[in-house]
Ligand binder design. Structure first.
Ligand SMILES: Nc1ncnc2c1ncn2[C@@H]1O[C@H](COP(=O)(O)OP(=O)(O)OP(=O)(O)O)[C@@H](O)[C@H]1O
Length: 513
């Protein structure tokens, strides 16, 4: 019986897609010193050293082998590698290296991310590398007004009274001002639909970071649109005379033809090469089919589908549900101001918890709320303060869960236990990044322990000791807690009252109109 169960479990773990069953195992790669990395442009070595990077992490070396190395990017790459393992540089470096020899500026690489904060973070990595080889990087996330964004992305010809002073811009055509674009799907679609001169015609590389999250949400069909715009082809085998005009006499043309060779049949080429990445990459064939991958190759870490960072220590904190805030305060005090992120299950509970903590006198911890309830400008300011160390603790909804890379985060606290292993992995992965150590504490009732252990087993984690809060500290906090709860109740009432007043006012304004 036990054997049967084991077999069934193993079968369940085998991916449906055949190509996923023969992955490249990233654990077979070591770190590689930059001085030993084959083919790397020396200007990029200098840029990396400026970033204090002297060697490549295993996932970065594995991707290098498949792109710049012998793999020559002949297959699309699907990268499943733990949080903090360095996936951003794994795709940024080969793309910048491949584009470093380009002769004409046009948009050749597009990186799509699910949130603005993540896109900003990734843009910084590209911006630290690309200028070293004369490439420009743009951002389309809606951080600035659309007109400002357009002027950053599109180069206007230098024309006065109908005279063009720059012979290179003879054609008066609008041209891309960037070689690489980092975008969120919404703003990308705005530019595709409305921005003159914005074209994906010349796109050679597409990166879909946090793939499972991006595939879950359709975002105005951004993916089918990108694929359609980059796979249209010209008919016939030979380009027309107009197509062959040198680019100084007209705009640059990228000619994609229908493939006839084995493996390329019916597909446009030169093809759009794709890299998709996540710490929890989907294995769902119907979802992956949307990406129209070309002979995909999976790069993954070990045999397990999910993996936690090597240096992450996980603890459970047992407590009664109604005493959770007390246990949290006691835990935060024992962490003595170490940079930490506290995750709750919703934006509302983030707000409530934050308000409650404000009523704890003498807490002596600098903490801030970070959730989608807040305006982007407030969130960005909070994030800056957290990065700089001015704020020690972030109380966050799942807005911080994926991809965010904040130096020095030592602890993650699951105030509310996550329902899924994927959420646990992304939350816990905000610490123990880039080979450093970190701790993840999960508060739970004793009835939840069994479910929690089962969930962790999916990530091959079988050890999760109990962290015992000091009962003396808990007792000493009780009276403060009672009065803080009372103040919270009053606060909730007054917030409700304010909201209903605002609603009434706006409905009166509407009636008057
Ligand atoms: N070769 C390297 N040497 C030193 N540090 C590195 C190297 N590569 C990346 N890092 C650092 O490691 C950290 C994690 O990198 P990155 O954000 O790319 O991880 P990730 O795999 O994308 O994580 P997540 O899945 O959470 O998004 C970053 O702070 C980055 O600067």
């Amino acid at each position: 019986m036990e054997e049967d169960k084991g077999l069934k479990k193993e079968k369940k773990n085998i991916p449906v897609l055949p190509w996923m069953r023969n992955p490249v195992d990233i654990t077979t790669f070591d770190q590689c010193s930059l001085d030993l990395l084959p083919f790397i442009d020396l200007r990029l070595v200098a840029a990396l050293k400026n970033m204090s990077i002297t060697s490549l992490f295993p996932v970065q070396l594995a991707v290098w082998q498949e792109t710049i190395g012998p793999g020559s990017f002949e297959r699309d790459l699907c990268i499943n590698s733990p949080t903090g393992s360095g996936k951003t540089l794994a795709y940024a470096l080969p793309i910048v290296q491949m584009l470093s020899t380009r002769a004409v500026k046009c948009l050749r690489a597009l990186v799509v991310l699910p949130t603005r904060d993540l896109a900003l973070q990734v843009k910084e990595v590209f911006s630290a590398l690309a200028p070293a080889v004369g490439l420009s990087v743009g951002l389309a996330v809606g951080q600035s007004s659309i007109s400002d964004e357009i002027s950053e992305l599109i180069k206007k010809p230098n024309v006065e009274y109908g005279i063009c002073y720059d012979p290179e811009e003879f054609s008066y055509e609008l041209q891309s001002a960037v070689d690489i674009l980092v975008a969120t799907p919404g703003r990308l679609m705005d530019h595709i639909n409305n921005t003159d001169g914005f074209t994906l015609e010349h796109l050679s590389y597409l990166v879909v970071d946090e793939t499972d999250r991006l595939l879950r949400e359709a975002y105005q069909s951004w993916l089918p649109t990108v694929i359609q715009l980059t796979s249209s082809s010209v008919d016939g085998n030979f380009p027309s005379a107009a197509d062959l005009l040198p680019c100084t006499y007209g705009s640059l043309k990228t000619i994609r033809r229908m493939g006839t060779e084995r493996g390329f049949k019916g597909k446009a080429y030169p093809r759009l090469a794709k890299m998709i990445l996540s710490a929890t990459l989907t294995q769902d064939p119907s979802k992956l089919a949307q990406l129209d991958l070309h002979h995909p190759l999976l790069l993954t870490t070990g045999e397990r589908r999910y993996k936690l960072p090597e240096e992450l220590k996980s603890f459970k904190v047992l407590c009664q549900s109604k005493l959770k805030p007390l246990y949290l305060v006691s835990l935060l005090q024992s962490l003595q101001g170490e940079k930490s992120i506290v995750f709750t299950s919703s934006v509302e509970s983030t707000h409530r918890l934050c308000t409650l903590l404000k009523f704890f006198d003498n807490l002596q911890i600098e903490f801030k709320e970070y959730s989608r309830l807040q305006r982007q400008s407030v969130r960005s300011k909070t994030l800056r303060a957290f990065r700089s160390g001015q704020v020690q603790v972030l109380i966050s909804s799942d807005a911080m869960t994926r991809g965010m890379d904040v130096e020095g985060v030592r602890n993650v606290i699951n105030y509310d236990m996550p329902a899924y292993i994927k959420t646990f992995i992304h939350r816990a992965g905000r610490t123990a990044r880039a080979g450093l150590s970190g701790c993840c504490f999960t508060l739970m009732h004793k009835d939840e322990v069994k479910r929690f252990k089962k969930m962790l087993q999916k990530a091959d984690c079988n050890s999760c000791p109990t962290y015992s809060a000091s009962s003396e500290v808990i007792e000493s906090l009780r009276s403060v807690y009672t009065s803080a709860l009372e103040k919270l109740r009053e606060n909730v009432e007054s917030e409700k009252f304010k909201k209903s007043k605002i609603r009434l006012k706006s409905s009166n304004v509407r009636k008057e109109k």
